[in-house]
Design a protein around this ligand. Sequence first.
Ligand SMILES: Cc1cc2nc3c(=O)[nH]c(=O)nc-3n(C[C@H](O)[C@H](O)[C@H](O)COP(=O)(O)OP(=O)(O)OC[C@H]3O[C@@H](n4cnc5c(N)ncnc54)[C@H](O)[C@@H]3O)c2cc1C
Length: 466
Amino acid sequence: MAEKFQATVIGGGPGGYVCAIRLSQLGLKTACIESRGALGGTCLNIGCIPSKNLLNFSENFLKVKNFSKIGIEVGDVKLNLQKMMQNKDKAVTVLTKGVEFLLKKNKVTYFKGVGKFKSTSEISIIDKEKKETVIETEKVIICTGSEPVSLPGIDFDEEQIISSTGALSLKKVPKKMIIIGGGYIGLEMGSVWSRLGAEVHVIEFLDHITPGMDKEISSEFMKILKKQGITFHLETKVDLINKNSKGVKIDTTNKNGKKIKFESDIVLISVGRKPYTKNLNIEKVGVKLDKKKRIIVNKNFQTNIQNIFAIGDVIEGPMLAHKAEEEGIAVAELISGQSGHVNYDVIPGVIYTSPEVASVGKTEEQLKSLGLKYKIGKFPFMANSRAKAIDESEGFVKILADEKTDKVLGAHLIGPHAGELIAEMALAMEFGASAEDIARTCHAHPTFSEAVKEAALSVDKRQIHS
Ligand SMILES: Cc1cc2nc3c(=O)[nH]c(=O)nc-3n(C[C@H](O)[C@H](O)[C@H](O)COP(=O)(O)OP(=O)(O)OC[C@H]3O[C@@H](n4cnc5c(N)ncnc54)[C@H](O)[C@@H]3O)c2cc1C
């Protein structure tokens, strides 16, 4: 007889495993199915965690190389890429095992295999040995995530034409790397390989990088990356990619119609991700998708089939691990009769380059297009004592507040530890804070966070240190 569950989560990424834990905490007998052989999804295995590991250690490599400038003589600094990759793999394994422990601790039954609908309430799980287990379930939560998109007619070989997955496991530093797409994943990976010695070029179709980001931050970001040695080719369209044993040739056309040819050892295609619903058999149960192949859900994350729900990268919204986690918790609470909720106006986004870039809420461009009147407060890290003391003073904090009520509508940062500083702004926005609330909060000295306070003061032109 098939084992019976009250809830079955398909996919063990940050959306899925968090959802499964919360369902179990709320008293539902819960199963979590994961096909990868390791929990944590894209994020832990081939996304957030390995990329942040490489970003951190490539930054350390560069810092140590430049130590003599601050009076620390370390001699000849050499890169052992194999060891760096082993260290990254170890970090991933420790964390994925940690998630397995958390499922066990929370009494979630973990199935290793591909989950597939047999009917709306029966799921077949095929394991590595092709053995099938069928379970019965009252509710199903689809959390099968996303996969990288390539260009039409171009397949990833993960050696010369690579996706972010290949970029996390290169066996040697390429002499030259071309990145197609100036989004956050491409720029993070570009930073890693540029620091390790590759000549990095970014080809972007638009006239700016990081689409959707506040334009002022985005142009400052590009200036800083250029100074770090990355070359940008904006308003340039890729026409053709050809590879041979020597490398990859890329034919492009720029905005003036000029044909430009590029050659490179490796090309990283980083033009976005698409929802992943292969193998699920959702057609059989009739779950509806939109034009972008995302699963359509209502505000309770319920699909058109009453007992089937979906969250994370597989539905609409920013493809971010913390967004998937929030949805995982909200859907578990909604299924259990509580009032789960995600505030989509306050989902921070961070780019973990050096300096980091972080934002939450509306950009200036969005406020303009909504016709909202706003005030701007800005403060440069150049005038922040902590940043100056440690010579990390690039960038600034920008706060956008409602012209009349002073309520914070958005915050955009580029600078040291911006990814940590943004949490204060997200919290402030969750509490409906005004810029004055932040300005009147005592911030420790000397900290980077004083730049946030000063930007809040600057909303009403009363900053002290600039
Ligand atoms: C290089 C890179 C860097 C990133 N960095 C960040 C970052 O710094 N911060 C951030 O917030 N986000 C980052 N992301 C995005 C983040 O990884 C995703 O938004 C997040 O993992 C989505 O979570 P999810 O649970 O929806 O899906 P996923 O993490 O994709 O998990 C889905 C899981 O479902 C499994 N699965 C699929 N089909 C089946 C099936 N039929 N049966 C069983 N299992 C199945 C898959 O194997 C997968 O493990 C990054 C992504 C990449 C690629």
